[in-house]
Design a protein around this ligand. Structure first.
Ligand code: ADP
Ligand code: MG
Length: 264
């Protein structure tokens, strides 16, 4: 896969995360799941957030998605404060794909209804025919055949199909940013590469940015332009994937890399 040239930090960032902190619990049980994290993401960029389990990746994703409020710090979106937007407006531009599609679908709804409900978020008033077309286009974009999928319930789909339906649901809204939290970890190894290629393809086609969260530095290397490395809630390293992989400074990053012999 060709890596696109890394984007310089000029112009208006799509996302500007500034000194973001999120604490949980209190007293002896208090922890900072995310500690003073700052980074920016340019339009069209794919940035990885890499770190072991418990390092704060999903908390960061939920903060960026505004599913969780920060204890301190701020999120800028397209030059303004994300909080100045209603969540309904924000979620038209910022969509998510999670690890477990099963948990994020209503299992009593057919795919048609799941996708139709997502389209109801759209600001445009879509006719029935236009809704249908968007659903079909979304499914085609992720390599699914609409006529085979629309009438099915989530339990009738394979894991790979469910993951793709979740991506179709996000894409139908043509978001500017897709936050993908370990989107391949519920999939067989054989499907992982095809999901990574799909994401790369979608970036090329729609120009959207992707915040790609993974515990697998190999996947980050394969897909992303830049890499953020988290360790115990802190952002300990960031740079282009080449910079991080070739010149890892933090001992934790070096350990992560040691687990991926193919990158050496
Ligand atoms: P990762 O996605 O990298 O595995 P998480 O963001 O899920 O990490 O978790 C980071 C830390 O925050 C963990 O110690 C986790 O137990 C804690 N944590 C996450 N969410 C909550 C919560 N809602 N309440 C209490 N602790 C939480
Ligand atoms: Mg997680």
């Amino acid at each position: 896969m060709t890596q696109s040239p890394s984007v310089q930090s000029v112009g208006t960032a799509l996302l500007e995360v500034s000194h973001l902190t999120r604490n949980f619990g209190s007293g002896k049980n208090a922890i900072s799941a995310v500690k003073d994290v700052s980074f920016s993401l340019q339009p069209g960029e794919i940035v990885a957030v890499v770190g072991e389990s418990g390092s704060g990746k999903s908390t960061l994703a939920r903060l960026v998605l505004r599913l969780l409020a920060p204890s301190s710090g701020s999120i800028g979106f397209l030059g303004g404060d994300a909080n100045a937007l209603s969540t309904a407006d924000y979620w038209r531009d910022v969509q998510a794909v999670f690890q477990d599609p099963y948990a994020s679908f209503n299992q009593f709804y057919t795919v048609q209804r799941i996708l139709g409900n997502a389209l109801a978020l759209s600001k445009e008033r879509l006719s029935g025919a236009e809704r249908e077309r968007r659903m079909r286009d979304g499914l085609v974009a992720v390599g699914l055949k609409a006529e085979e999928i629309l009438g099915k319930w989530p339990h009738q789909l394979s894991g790979g199909q469910r993951q793709r339906v979740m991506m179709a649901r996000a894409l139908m809204l043509q978001p500017k940013l897709l936050v993908a939290d370990e989107p391949t970890s519920a999939l067989d190894a054989s499907l992982r590469v095809s999901v990574l290629n799909l994401l790369s393809d979608l970036r090329k086609r729609y120009g959207m940015s992707i915040l790609f969260i993974t515990h697998d530095i190999g996947q980050a290397y394969y897909l992303c332009d830049r890499m953020l490395v988290m360790y115990q809630g802190e952002l300990v390293e960031q740079g282009t994937v080449e910079e991080v992989v070739r010149g890892a400074k933090h001992p934790y990053t070096q350990r992560l890399l040691a687990d991926v012999p193919k990158l050496h």
